[in-house]
Design a protein around this ligand. Structure first.
Ligand SMILES: *Cc1c(COP(=O)(O)O)cnc(C)c1O
Length: 389
């Protein structure tokens, strides 16, 4: 379906992006093309599909839908990978020995591990900074190639001023990458703020049901798209057709789910703010959040993630998590079900301790992924557990 102009609403785009009836049967939804290769009429004479590492119709439908979600009014190119990390790795493979990456310091643990323990072995250097806007000039080196941003960040939910940072980065000729996993295409539009490449772990909100691992890269630049397309095929970190089908099915309800995640998280955060057992609280939708104003300007709503500390520090956090009945203790986020995570020992354990403290993380911090259950049930669960502290 032609995405320009007529499909303006988020829910409509979620449902209709790349929703073309399948040509041989008229199947409304794209089938799972479980194949590795395609017949050729003559040598190199085919219907556009040669080998499934290079392209697959189920993957292709998902790629087009994601590109349309992030860029409804301008042509864009989507690329899917076997995980968010595979997508991020593919960007690192656009670099060469001696190149330098500037990244925000409150970053997904796996991204830090990749840059520090793997890309570093190939001579790619990464510096981390809180990236207050105006700072970039001091961080840029002759060999700097990429500005790596995540917004909102994980786990402290800092919202970076993407427009200000991207504008500054362009003056230094940097490629601006935005990991927009926590925001999804529903809550913010990084291309309109200056991003060159958008990253999502589709494992999270886009898949939305905690039943699949995936990642994607999206760009409006034809030149970058050619490089990513080459790497996607040459490196081969591609997703399976079944996984693409599941992620595409998740995308169809993304706008609906995000509304619910955001509405519930806002109310829960406001109530937690007034609870005396809560000692620190991070939610970009609260006036008390350090980057609330940027979030208000940049995002349509404030997301479904809340981070907090409770009375008793790490021991308190452990007791709190053990009391919860609706929030399962698990890694990951963005599924229909509520989850609780302990970044210090779980998602962010791979980051060196000093670096974690520097980024504002503490051993008492817990992160909630607010699911789509009834909000009052979630509140009862939280408040009952808080009372035991
Ligand atoms: C989960 C996550 C990733 C990594 O994605 P996987 O699908 O787990 O490989 C990257 N960035 C952010 C912000 C994430 O939350």
């Amino acid at each position: 379906m032609d995405g320009s102009g007529e499909m303006t609403g988020d829910s409509t785009r979620c449902v209709h992006s790349s929703l073309d009836p399948e040509v041989t049967t008229g199947s409304v939804h794209t089938p799972i093309f479980q194949t590795s290769t395609y017949v050729q009429k003559d040598f190199s004479e085919h219907l556009g599909y040669e080998y499934a590492r290079g392209d697959n119709p189920t993957r292709n439908a998902l790629q087009r839908a994601l590109a349309e979600m992030e860029s409804p009014h301008q042509e864009a190119y989507g690329f899917c990978f076997g995980s968010g990390m595979a997508a991020i790795t593919t960007i690192s493979q656009m670099l060469k020995q001696g190149d330098h990456v500037i990244a925000c310091d409150d970053l997904y643990g796996g991204t830090v591990r990749l840059f520090d323990q793997i890309a570093s072995r190939f001579g790619i250097e990464t510096s981390y900074s809180p990236l207050k806007s105006g700072d970039l000039g001091k961080l840029v080196r002759e060999n700097s190639k990429i500005l790596w941003l995540e917004s909102p960040t994980n786990p402290l939910l800092t919202v970076h001023d993407l427009k200000a940072l991207a504008t500054e980065a362009k003056e230094h000729g940097l490629i601006v990458v935005v990991d927009s996993t926590f925001a999804t295409p529903i809550l913010q539009r990084p291309f309109e703020l200056g991003a060159d490449i958008i990253v999502h772990s589709t494992t999270k909100y886009i898949g939305g049901h905690s039943d699949v691992i995936g990642g994607c890269l999206i760009t409006q630049s034809k030149e970058l798209a050619e490089k990513i397309s080459f790497l996607q095929n040459a490196v081969g970190a591609v997703p399976a057709p079944m996984d693409c089908f599941l992620i595409l099915r998740g995308l169809r309800t993304l706008a609906l789910r995000m509304n619910r995640h955001c509405e519930s998280a806002q109310v829960l955060a406001e109530r937690l703010q007034d609870n005396e057992k809560v000692t620190r609280l991070f939610y970009p939708g609260l006036k008390s959040h350090p980057t609330h104003e940027i979030a208000q300007r940049q995002m349509k709503a404030f997301g479904g993630m809340i981070s907090l500390e409770v009375k008793g520090g790490e021991a308190g956090a452990r007791k709190f998590a053990a009391q919860l009945k609706l929030f399962a203790t698990a890694e990951s986020l963005g599924g229909i079900e509520s989850l609780i995570n302990h970044p210090w020992t779980m998602t962010h354990a791979a980051i060196p301790e000093k670096q974690r403290y520097d980024a504002g993380m503490t051993p008492g911090l817990i992160r909630l992924s607010v699911g789509i259950e009834d909000m009052e049930d979630l509140w009862q669960d939280l408040v009952t557990a808080l009372e035991t502290l």
